[in-house]
Design a protein around this ligand. Sequence first.
Ligand SMILES: Cc1cc2nc3c(=O)[nH]c(=O)nc-3n(C[C@H](O)[C@H](O)[C@H](O)COP(=O)(O)OP(=O)(O)OC[C@H]3O[C@@H](n4cnc5c(N)ncnc54)[C@H](O)[C@@H]3O)c2cc1C
Ligand SMILES: NC(=O)c1ccc[n+]([C@@H]2O[C@H](COP(=O)([O-])OP(=O)(O)OC[C@H]3O[C@@H](n4cnc5c(N)ncnc54)[C@H](O)[C@@H]3O)[C@@H](O)[C@H]2O)c1
Length: 444
Amino acid sequence: MADFDCIVIGGGPGGLAAAYGLHERGLKVAVVEKDLWGGTCPNRGCDPKKILMAAVEAQGRSEALQGHGLTGVPQIDWSSLMATKRAYTEKIPTGTQGGLQSAGIANYHGEASFEADGHLTVGNTQLSATNFIIATGQAPRIPNITGQEWLRTSNDFLDLDTLPADITLMGAGYVGIELAAIANAAGSQVHLIHHSDRPLRGFDGELVTALLKRLMVDGIDVQLDTDITAVTPADDQYQVTTASGKTWTTGLVFATAGRLPVTAGLHLERVNVTTTAHGIQVNDHLQTTNPRVFALGDVVDRPQPKLTPVAGFEGRYLTQTLAKKDQPAITYPVIPAVVYGKTQLAQLGVTPATATQQPETYAVSDLDLTSWYSYRRIQDADARIKVVTERSTQRIVGATMLSSEAEQLINYLDFVIQNQLTPTDIDQAILAYPTLASDLTYFG
Ligand SMILES: Cc1cc2nc3c(=O)[nH]c(=O)nc-3n(C[C@H](O)[C@H](O)[C@H](O)COP(=O)(O)OP(=O)(O)OC[C@H]3O[C@@H](n4cnc5c(N)ncnc54)[C@H](O)[C@@H]3O)c2cc1C
Ligand SMILES: NC(=O)c1ccc[n+]([C@@H]2O[C@H](COP(=O)([O-])OP(=O)(O)OC[C@H]3O[C@@H](n4cnc5c(N)ncnc54)[C@H](O)[C@@H]3O)[C@@H](O)[C@H]2O)c1
């Protein structure tokens, strides 16, 4: 039986960060992956989505400049956009596995499961280790409705040969809103259906409403407080039925109603690793209820958002924890979150809602950016930011924004917050003008 210092289960961004880090520190490491090497983000998540989004963003920029120097809005050619995406994603699994092989990290392809004596089985191979890291991620949740077998997922959307003329998305979270933006830009009639009155609960309510309004202006049929109860085949399409009895016919229906931790098949009960409905239970050292087994990334039950940079941060943290004893508990820096599209919703640090509840501690500036040079130049009609400052230090501690530049500005503000910079500190640098970075001193 091959024996290792650490076996990482799951070859996604979190597991790989841990595996490379432990290997660099001289530990004998193996990684097990049951499906695509590289995991969700580069194969069927962030990266392929953002390749499709490049065309969406370009179209949005062009639309904004109609009557301001541009004529003609570019149309999306789905098959060539998908070919561009595939040219990227097709190389990911072999490239990722090749990287492990070149580095000398043992890698096994197959589903890992624990045995009662604590070793791991992958197919016919038995492996043992001093420590294990579970980094098995999440998978799309399929709601329990009549006709649930007809529901597609984001995995299917991101690999569609042809985009139907009409699609329905069940759930207006990150995935639902981003896929709606892509399909809408590519010419599909999109029905974005959400079961409550408030999608994206972690984000500022006013800016979420402004984002949904923009999606509706773009032609998306956004229905809130609507429960889809059945999806049934109708010729070569599907009939969607809601709890109120409303029906419509659509080309495909996608479950975008959240994701669930992937723990089935691991037999965690055999090694006394406890799970909750939200994932694997860990302490503040990412240690599970079995002291030899750790967990990180999307599969963990913790309050931080399930994002690639968070999984990578946890992988690097575990690298230190397993290589050295007596490491402090994990503490997270501020975590930026972005919902991508023609206009992007981004959030970081202290939220306006929290700040408003503590008026002695925080001040909130709600700024309409549409007249600021950076946004006027590109005719961004949505641009708005809420900046949270700490009264005692006058430092920025949080920001929520909507604009076609939000994905960039949020990272500049991340550096400002993380390094506790004041406008005077920022003024010490000469920044290229006129750019988003040269606006930084204007935010307070
Ligand atoms: C459509 C979509 C878009 C997204 N966009 C963004 C974005 O723009 N930005 C962002 O930060 N995040 C985004 N995310 C989230 C991001 O993909 C995840 O947070 C990230 O991939 C988590 O990394 P991970 O290593 O924890 O898990 P994963 O990347 O999911 O990797 C887990 C791996 O474990 C493997 N595995 C599972 N069980 C076993 C087993 N028993 N044995 C062996 N292997 C196993 C799986 O096959 C998988 O490859 C997106 C997600 C989706 C679905
Ligand atoms: N841009 C990004 O960084 C990005 C993009 C995609 C995904 N992600 C990550 O992946 C995670 C999962 O994304 P997601 O969009 O699948 O989940 P999500 O939790 O963000 O959104 C799912 C939404 O569907 C709703 N819902 C649940 N059941 C429903 C039903 N029956 N009908 C209609 N609506 C229903 C939920 O209330 C929720 O608001 C995110 O939380 C995020 O961490 C990030």
